[in-house]
Write a protein that binds this ligand. Structure first.
Ligand SMILES: Cc1ncc(COP(=O)(O)O)c(C=O)c1O
Length: 499
């Protein structure tokens, strides 16, 4: 193991100083952005920071240098047309949903969608019909079943578009090819939030990309998994089922009127890097990743997620670049494992849940990073054995066909939508009153409740609060998970619709 020099003792109140100190600290980033602070050559940001001026084209009516740059992106990813996004996938999702179906119509959407999809629902006054992801044996949300899509479209002729998140934040994908065929049989567009899968197109080691599978609109965050600056993303158009002029118009509504050329230059640089260097980088990255999975098979307590541990119908495919490490049969929680890796091994992971942590990798990761993570996990695993030797270690979650009986709070427990009473926009615009969370049972929520990350709602406005869901929120808070959405910063009260 390299001798790690960790020097981040900075308590500067100034953001720029704190950022520089973190960057030099020796803490290894298993988190976004995907460039992993690699030494990518880029001019001094101030020397090239402009927005739209002569000879630099216009993002929302591109017909010069930006149009050509967007065409190069479309070629690389295999789209008919591609739009650069400077406000993240968030802006792409808002625009895609807004352009795909008229106001006040009905969207068939995966319940485990990012809050931006729910915000589009709110802004456009849409009604929602939810597709629930399968419950996996690992305790994370699984795939959306094509059969459920077919059933919903068969039952509900008012549905105007289908929205699926694939991959999820955990890397689980759905069978987009079949879902696209089903949606198209009803002449409906399929929008895929592929925010976490921009890298799929660059290697066959990753799941197939939604564009290859025939989705109509695909949104990808470059910054999450590729070497590109934060906020950079792409919206790909793959068919004529959605009016591209409407799309462009909505992009100009939801995005800044002063698009950053720094961000767009970073996208251009990323595309060029992938075109020129992806083979060389992948030849280093993929063997390291596979070696990591191989080496962690010998862990006795901690368990690294592999899709083979799930039934194919619960996990269609999994993106190996997202490493999920479960606390297994140990006494640890996700939060404790996350903190150990940070404080004892200087590894900053992407996130933790009640029973697992996520390390995001990309083709910019180094052998040192993988070695440090492996070393940390092996030592922690050995410590667990010393503390409580268990001769017949049996994973608490993996391999169990009844995931909800685990002692951990899993995604399967957390994401069980309460009964809807009214559409999101209607509930958000009713008179409301704050009630203590405990007293809110039986009332209609006017607020979202999310865990962040990943920003997927436990409750949406218009749903009836139950004792069970309030209990889950309470448990999440006790586990140290970040509960967001409530306007009360102390998270003691929730606004409910006044009847
Ligand atoms: C599934 C999913 N979709 C969309 C987004 C939004 O992406 P961005 O941060 O690029 O706006 C996120 C953000 O974390 C996400 O997890």
């Amino acid at each position: 193991m390299p001798d790690i020099k960790y020097t981040w003792q900075d308590d500067s109140p100034f953001l720029d100083e704190r950022l520089q100190s973190y960057s030099k600290s020796g803490c290894y980033p298993f988190h976004m952005p995907g460039h992993k602070r690699a030494p990518i050559e880029f001019p001094n940001p101030y020397s090239v920071d402009i927005t739209e001026i002569d000879r630099f084209d216009n993002l929302y009516h591109a017909d010069g240098i930006l149009k050509e740059a967007q065409q190069r992106a479309a070629e690389l990813f295999g789209a008919k047309e591609t739009f650069f996004l400077v406000n993240g996938s968030t802006a792409g999702i808002l625009s895609a949903i807004s352009a795909a179906l008229p106001r006040l119509s009905t969207l068939l959407m995966a319940r485990n969608s990012h809050k931006s999809a729910y915000h589009a629902v709110y802004l456009r006054g849409l009604e929602t019909v939810y597709l629930l992801p399968a419950a996996t044996e690992f305790g994370i949300s699984g795939s959306i079943s094509p059969a459920h899509v077919a059933q919903a479209l068969d039952d509900l002729p008012q549905i105007g578009a289908v929205f699926i998140t694939s991959p999820t934040y955990d890397g689980v994908t759905s069978d987009i090819r079949t879902i696209a065929e089903i949606a198209h049989a009803y002449d409906l567009p399929l929008i895929v939030d592929e925010a976490h899968g921009a890298h799929f197109a660059i290697s066959e080691e990753f799941p197939e990309s939604a564009l290859e599978c025939g989705a109509d609109l695909v949104i990808q965050s470059l910054h999450k998994t590729l070497p590109c600056l934060t906020q950079t993303a792409l919206l790909h158009v793959n068919s004529e089922r959605i009016d591209r002029n409407a799309l462009e118009y909505f992009l100009s509504i939801y995005q800044t009127s002063s698009p950053s050329y720094l961000l767009m230059a970073s996208i251009e640089q990323c595309i060029r890097f992938l075109n020129e260097e992806k083979e060389e980088q992948l030849a280093k990255y993929i063997p390291q990743l596979k070696n990591f999975y191989q080496q962690t098979k010998s862990l006795k307590h901690l368990k690294v997620f592999e899709k083979d541990s799930c039934q194919p119908e619960t996990c269609f495919d999994h993106d190996i670049s997202k490493i999920l490490i479960s606390v297994g049969d140990s006494e640890l929680t996700g939060q404790k494992l996350y903190r150990k890796l940070l404080h004892n091994y200087y590894l900053q992971l992407e996130m933790c849940s009640g029973h697992y942590v996520t390390a995001l990798t990309s083709l910019m990761d180094t052998p040192e990073g993988f070695a440090r993570l492996l070393h940390g996990l092996k030592e922690i695993d050995d410590e667990i054995s010393l503390a409580a030797p268990r001769p017949t270690a049996r994973p608490a979650i993996l391999g169990s066909r009844t995931p909800n009986r685990s002692r951990h709070l899993t995604s399967n427990d957390i994401y069980q939508p309460p009964k809807p009473q009214m559409p999101i926009a209607l509930a958000m615009e009713q008179p409301a009153e704050p009630l203590s969370l405990k007293a809110s049972t039986g009332h209609i929520s006017q607020e979202f409740i999310y865990l962040y990350p990943p920003g997927i709602p436990l409750v949406t406005p218009g749903e009836i609060l139950t004792g069970k869901i309030i209990g889950i929120v309470d448990q999440c808070q006790k586990l140290g998970l970040t509960v967001e959405g409530l306007s009360d910063r102390s998270r003691q009260t929730i606004k409910v619709v006044k009847i």
